[in-house]
Design a protein around this ligand. Structure first.
Ligand code: ATP
Ligand code: MG
Length: 389
């Protein structure tokens, strides 16, 4: 009896002529996630099979698979020859493991026959196997066709596959199939989620973080490195750019109208991020903004921010409530790190009464009144790069 992982993939099925491209990308992402486990990964008739895993690696392999974008679901399965006795034995052995130490519980058999040369049809397989299992464990099991506690699934394909679980994957599209974008990552809750959401659509991430020593601490910086690493568990390797922002921030604070400082700071962040993004082969920027969340996220502020750059700015959280964002942050494991209490450079110099409806012409004027170009060049030149993931 061979243990395998049976992997289903979702949306790629919708792709027409490009489908092989997406399938190849998915296969290579799966191989990368199983690196060092001696796994053999192969596509067969619309499914991907992982063979050759050691028992000791099985759990970690399944866990890694749940973070590969493009994977719809995973079933740890037993693969056997397509004869009835082997199928029954496989089901018995999985059942025996599952009900060990349990009181009586319910089950149902689900069967699917893609190989039409197999002598029994799906209904017969389900009925007969249900019967066999009941006979084998009469005291432990009963059939419940409406709400079974254990689902015994049989698929007759190139071989016969028997499994009890279908574990949901992360969905989306394989990383690297949708170009590259630069995520503006703060230490907050929102931006890591925004990066995750675009990565889930196949986008490869680069990241840009602005810090203001000594107003922000080394721990705040470490937190961003850690958050990037958590996103990289899904998105793959991320090149994180750490940009010194103190000089620009102090200059804005000293020379520009106080109520405009936040929006001006955001415009300058966007400009620098765009430069770094270009150099890093990214075609778009990503932020964690949600409409109306704070003064800098009103429609007027967002328009003024967008005006600072040529690149499209993706804001996947634009229509989300904070609760929705928190739920995703918890699901992907970034929440606990995001709520660590270190200062972000945005929170250091918050004006008491920020403009909520900034006028573009006015903001352009305030910005033009100060020559930031040398400061921008210096910030880009002094940017430190950390590879995470
Ligand atoms: P977050 O939870 O992501 O910090 P937020 O609700 O606190 O978001 P802001 O602080 O206004 O909102 O930031 C809005 C967006 O601007 C962030 O989601 C992020 O994309 C970007 N951003 C903010 N601060 C920084 C920073 N220090 N470095 C890089 N990007 C930043
Ligand atoms: Mg923030």
């Amino acid at each position: 009896m061979e243990r395998v992982l049976l992997i289903r993939y979702g949306e790629i099925h919708l792709k027409g002529l490009n489908r092989p491209y997406f399938e190849r990308a998915l296969l290579s992402r799966i191989e990368a996630a199983l690196d060092g486990m001696h796994a053999d990964v192969q596509k067969q008739q619309g499914r991907i099979f992982v063979r050759g895993l050691n028992d000791a690696d099985m759990e970690r392999a399944v866990d890694n698979m749940t973070r590969v974008f493009g994977v719809h679901s995973i079933s740890p399965a037993v693969a056997v020859e397509k004869d009835w006795k082997s199928v029954c034995d496989a089901a018995f052995s999985l059942m025996e493991e599952r009900i060990q130490g349990k009181l009586q519980t319910s089950f149902k058999v689900f069967a699917r026959r893609s190989d039409k040369t197999f002598p029994m049809n799906s209904d017969t397989i389900a009925k007969e196997l249900g019967h066999e299992i009941l006979e084998r464990f009469p005291e432990k099991l009963y059939v419940d066709i409406h709400d079974p506690k254990i689902k015994v699934c049989v698929e007759i394909r190139e071989r016969a596959f028997v499994y009890l679980d279908e574990i949901m994957g992360a969905g989306g599209m394989p990383t690297g199939t949708a170009g590259r974008a630069a995520l503006l990552i703060s230490g907050g809750i929102d931006s890591p989620v925004a990066g995750y959401m675009l990565a889930r659509r196949g986008v490869e991430l680069s990241a840009v973080h602005f810090y203001s020593y000594p107003y922000t601490s080394v721990r705040a910086r470490d937190k961003v490195v850690e958050l990037s690493a958590l996103v990289a568990r899904y998105a793959g390797r991320i090149r994180l750019h750490l940009v010194p922002f103190t000089e620009i921030q102090m200059t804005i604070y000293e020379k520009c109208p106080q109520k405009e400082t936040t929006v001006l700071m955001r415009r300058l962040m966007m400009k620098i991020a765009e430069r770094i993004a270009r150099e890093d082969g990214a075609q778009a920027l990503i932020t964690g903004e949600a409409l109306g969340q704070v003064a800098s996220q009103t429609m007027e502020s967002l328009c003024v921010t967008d005006d600072a750059v040529q690149m499209p700015v993706f804001r996947p959280l634009i229509g989300f409530d904070k609760d929705d964002i928190v739920a995703i942050a918890k699901k992907i494991g970034t929440f606990e790190t995001s709520i660590l209490p270190y200062e972000d450079c945005c929170t250091v110099f918050v004006p008491q009464h920020p403009v909520t409806k900034p006028k573009l012409s006015q903001l352009r004027e305030s910005e033009a009144a100060v020559d930031f170009s040398a400061m921008i060049d210096k910030a880009v030149a002094d940017t430190e790069i950390v590879e995470v993931g």
